[in-house]
Design a protein around this ligand. Structure first.
Ligand code: SER
Length: 312
């Protein structure tokens, strides 16, 4: 896995190691990793832009499947589009090329709701629909989907992709996205009983709790290739606005207060779907989420308050 110390990577590595054995799941990234990534299996430094090193690792460690999670997210991508291009487009190109040349068994590269744009229907957005994103991150995700699907047809590479919605989790903070508010809000609610949101109160976006994110990823990796009509799938578990999640948190922390100071990320949010139709994922590989807004909020507050040692 690339990008292993990211929000999704750290928790996905743990689950993959529990399932397939620690030694069989190699965590990689550019930084010195948190202890958790060295605990049950190997961690190596890898920059996906270093093509030679990427090929060496795949051959030397006899890798079958690459999960390519390294990515610059939407908000950071708007601050530095050239970095988003290099990391997201060139990085994914290197990984897909390595999969083709080395005849890997499978390549999983996440896509995102950011792959959609202002001209996409916003409610119950279908799997196959006009995309035309307006962020550097979104453009890079469309490239990944289309280049991956091209390699499926042209070279028989087993490419798979999930269009993740905003992911809410308690272990590792997200790294510079537009949906990060839905994680930050829990930390601030527990620490200060107050949160200033960088999106407007009615900015509805599709979301998913980390256990569902892990489940969807592993289910798609393990799905029989013959069952897949698509290669890039909408997945979702819930949709909510900042006002909705604040009201849900208030049920547990009655004096919690939210304020709104929308910044440049509001425009990004407005260009994305408000809800997704994930019926292709449900039909082709049995996707079915476990957590709605109420169940996620309860679990987040319990888990995070234990971890931070804060009562509520
Ligand atoms: N969570 C991501 C972001 O906000 C969306 O894929 O950038």
């Amino acid at each position: 896995m690339t990008g292993s110390y990211g929000q999704i990577g750290t928790e996905l590595i743990e689950e993959l190691r529990a399932r397939y054995g620690g030694e069989n799941v190699i965590a990689t990234g550019r930084k010195k990793p948190p202890e958790i990534l060295r605990k049950d299996g190997p961690y190596y430094r890898l920059d996906v832009l270093d093509n030679d090193h990427l090929h060496n690792m795949l051959v030397d460690y006899d890798i079958d499947i690459i999960i390519h999670n390294a990515s610059v997210l939407s908000a950071v991508g708007e601050k530095n589009p050239q970095l988003a291009y290099r990391t997201n487009v060139e990085g994914a190109y290197n990984v897909l090329e390595a999969a083709r040349i080395l005849k890997m068994d499978q390549v999983m590269i996440p896509s995102s709701i950011a792959a959609f744009g202002p001209s996409t229907p916003k409610e119950n957005t279908p799997n196959d629909v006009i995309m035309r994103p307006t962020t550097a991150y979104g453009v890079s995700k469309v490239f990944i989907e289309l280049w991956g699907e091209y390699y499926v047809e042209r070279y028989g590479v087993d490419f798979r992709s999930l269009r993740y919605p905003g992911i809410i989790s308690s272990e590792t903070l997200p790294g510079g996205g537009t949906t990060d508010y839905a994680v930050e809000i829990f930390y601030e609610a527990l620490k200060n009983k107050e949160y200033t949101c960088f999106l407007a109160e009615d900015a509805m976006l599709p979301m998913m709790y980390m256990p569902d994110c892990i489940k969807s990823t592993i289910d798609l990796i393990e799905a029989k290739e013959d069952n897949l009509e698509h290669r890039s799938f909408n997945v979702t578990a819930m949709s909510f606005t900042p006002a909705d999640i604040a009201a849900e948190i208030k049920k547990h922390i009655p004096d919690f207060e939210i304020h709104y100071e929308p910044d440049f990320r509001q425009k990004i949010a407005e260009s994305w779907p408000r809800s997704l139709d994930d019926s292709a994922a449900r039909e082709e590989w049995g996707w079915n989420p476990d957590y709605d807004l109420a169940a996620m909020t309860k679990d987040m507050l319990e888990t995070l308050s234990k971890r931070l040692g804060l009562k509520y």
